[in-house]
Design a protein around this ligand. Structure first.
Ligand SMILES: Nc1ncnc2c1ncn2[C@@H]1O[C@H](COP(=O)(O)OP(=O)(O)OP(=O)(O)O)[C@@H](O)[C@H]1O
Length: 262
């Protein structure tokens, strides 16, 4: 398959499009001449609002590049990316920085917490920097959703890895971004702590209406998503809805076997 798109429509989404982000004809090439690498090769994709989407594929297939382009962290070589009605591929640096700050949340493999700040200070830091006052009721709900209510005064070193990543999840959720991007958010966690964080991401989609896009290698992590996109050689080659760990693993084996015979 060449595309993973749906028709944008409105209604029941508070006036926003039902597609939170979309890519059309996106090409991303690094280098030039003999060292040119095409990381994304004409990718078309729609990311549905209020859904949890996982991006999978072999190492080097373009997962991180796609996430970075969708999130405005990297520029595209050609093609368009829209966040709701904003074409981010047209924005100058300053506007793009503002857009990332105001409309997008990030969770990375490294928790990226400031060691001198306690949990609640880390959670509200991006809003403090932006000069925005947190919505207290929302903040309480987020903190309760990720199970941190009794850990708010703890510094990162006083928290387990799983708890630190929950702080990072709460930090991403606190500003109510339109979309959260996660790059292997459970990559540094043991399976129990990883399951907890994934459970909270799932809850934030189901109960808080959050839109999440997550890059992962892990079929168990992908099984928390509503939809899995498969990349190979910079193209979207398949997608799966309502995945289970078994069905994702089966699909991965299929691609690996095909990769060996092609
Ligand atoms: N800054 C860069 N300069 C040159 N090539 C790059 C750069 N970033 C990525 N690439 C290349 O683009 C391709 C896609 O890389 P990308 O990191 O998106 O893959 P990935 O699927 O996320 O891989 P992994 O699972 O190993 O993290 C790879 O061939 C990679 O070597």
């Amino acid at each position: 398959m060449a595309t993973a798109v749906s028709t944008p429509r409105r209604g029941g989404t508070g006036g926003r499009t039902a597609v939170a982000a979309r890519a059309r004809g996106v090409v991303k090439a690094y280098g030039a001449g003999e060292t040119r690498v095409v990381a994304l090769d004409h990718v078309d994709v729609d990311i549905a609002r209020g859904q949890f989407t996982a991006i999978m594929g072999p190492s080097g297939s373009g997962k991180s590049t796609l996430m970075h382009c969708l999130a405005g962290l990297d520029t595209v070589t050609s093609g368009e990316i829209h966040l709701d009605d904003t074409e981010i591929t047209r924005l100058k640096d300053k506007r793009l920085t503002q857009l990332r700050r105001d409309r997008i949340g990030f969770i990375f493999q490294a928790f990226n917490l400031l060691p001198t700040l306690n949990a609640i200070e880390n959670i509200t830091l991006p809003m403090d920097i932006a000069g925005r006052k947190p919505d207290e009721a929302w903040l309480r709900r987020v903190v309760e959703t990720v199970g941190l209510a009794d850990r708010l005064k703890h510094r990162p070193t006083q928290l387990s890895g799983g708890q630190q990543q929950r702080v990072a999840v709460a930090r991403a959720l606190a500003a109510r971004p339109e979309i959260i991007f996660g790059d292997e958010p459970t990559g540094n966690l043991d399976s129990r702590a990883g399951a907890e964080v994934l459970g909270f991401l799932r809850t934030s989609v189901d109960e808080l209406g959050q839109t999440i896009v997550m890059v992962t290698h892990d079929p168990v992590a992908a099984s928390y998503a509503d939809r899995v996109l498969y990349l190979a050689d910079g193209r979207i080659v398949d997608e799966m809805f309502r995945p289970t760990a078994e069905s994702v693993l089966d699909r991965m084996k299929h691609f690996e076997a095909r990769g060996r015979t092609s």
